[in-house]
Design a protein around this ligand. Structure first.
Ligand SMILES: C[S@@+](CC[C@H](N)C(=O)[O-])C[C@H]1O[C@@H](n2cnc3c(N)ncnc32)[C@H](O)[C@@H]1O
Length: 340
């Protein structure tokens, strides 16, 4: 991708109008906590030449609304999934003249921005996890409710699939994945059942795996807490996509990229992700002057100010209209000082 001089349109592909479609179900994905994302990012996006990185573009639901709110705003949209980028280009229509789309993992944000010639930006948005179209596309293998090959890769160029994990990991390693990433109480029982079943025949389908999980959980535990396959599928998805490692690397890189006065908003969907976000924002928002020093060291002053003292949750009405928002946790911060 070529450098983008400040003020120039990015990736111009279509007409000159700034009109953008509003967020809608037509895109197959309803953007979560959209009003809060808009309000939290607005103060950073009105400056001339403002650039927003949407590090998880998806179907551009949040991005379309922010481009509509801020007519001068330019967007760098990152997604690991080429289908998401292609669909976003279509949905954004004429607004694409203010947009650069990049297929990359979001922990590559520093390299992506360097290549575009914009090492610092006014805002970064992360809306983590899987989009509704990815969940609903049976071919992707994310859903335990539809039969599909055990895939679960966000980036289909990567080698590791869910089938590889369930058919090759030793029982102890598989149990650790299910326990740590799925917080699954019956991780060892499920792992043992998977190992027994795969000795008969390799596991290739989501529904077969869901059945094995159901049968290895004690009957009383099956009656509460939703589908018993939910936690195992979450764990496999995290493992296949190295979601936690990628987020650990991405958070400091994203924070480094934000200019003074710029803002970051992160939507996480489970406690493991949220913990990483909370720590990353918290550590940059704390004074690190060693205890006992009589004066505050300039270099130790916080670089960020938390805009959310604790994670914000969606309103009941939003959850009723969009049950996939139910587990969302939103955190945000503003850069108040440049790096020393
Ligand atoms: C919840 S969706 C984002 C939805 C978007 N905010 C919208 O309103 O349409 C998350 C997106 O992040 C992408 N994604 C997940 N992990 C990624 C990674 N490590 N790097 C880049 N994109 C990733 C997924 O492919 C998916 O499209």
């Amino acid at each position: 991708m070529s450098d983008v001089p400040a003020g120039a349109p990015m990736n111009a592909v279509s007409g000159a109008s700034n009109a953008v479609p509003g967020p809608s179900n037509a895109a197959g994905h309803v953007p979560v906590m959209l009003d809060q994302v808009r309000a939290l990012l607005a103060p950073a996006l009105d400056s001339a030449d403002a650039v927003l990185v949407d590090a998880t573009l998806g179907r551009a639901g949040h991005a379309a609304a922010l481009l509509a709110d801020h007519p001068g705003l330019r967007l760098i949209g990152i997604d690991a999934d080429q289908v998401a980028l292609d669909e976003s280009a279509r949905l954004l229509g004429p607004a694409m003249e203010r947009v650069a789309l990049v297929r990359a993992a979001y922990d590559q944000i520093t390299a992506v921005l360097a290549e575009l010639g914009r090492p610092s930006v006014q805002a970064v948005l992360f809306d983590l996890g899987v989009s509704s179209p990815q969940l609903d596309d049976p071919a992707r293998g994310f859903s335990y409710a539809r039969d599909a090959p055990l895939d679960m890769r966000m980036d289909r160029g990567r080698a590791l699939t869910a089938a590889e994990v369930v058919n090759t990991y030793p029982a102890a390693r598989l149990a650790r994945v299910l326990s740590e990433y799925g917080e699954e109480r019956f991780a060892r029982r499920i792992a043992d059942a998977v190992v027994r079943e795969r000795a008969r025949e390799p596991l290739t389908s989501t529904l077969r795996l869901a059945e094995i999980i159901k049968n290895s959980i004690p009957a009383p535990a099956r009656r509460s807490g939703g589908n018993p396959a939910k936690r195992t599928f979450q764990a496999l998805r995290i493992e296949v996509n190295d979601e936690l490692g990628t987020l650990q690397r991405a958070m400091p890189a994203a924070l480094d990229a934000i200019a003074v006065g710029g803002r970051i908003v992160v939507l996480a969907y489970h406690s493991l992700e949220d913990r990483i976000v909370k720590r990353a924002l918290g550590s940059r928002s704390a004074d690190t002057t060693p205890l006992g020093l009589p004066v505050q060291l300039a270099a130790s002053r916080p670089q960020f100010r938390l805009l959310t003292s604790s994670a914000r949750r969606p309103a009941e009405q939003e959850i009723a209209a969009n049950p996939r928002a139910a587990s969302a946790r939103l955190r945000a911060a503003e850069r108040v000082r440049a790096a020393a």
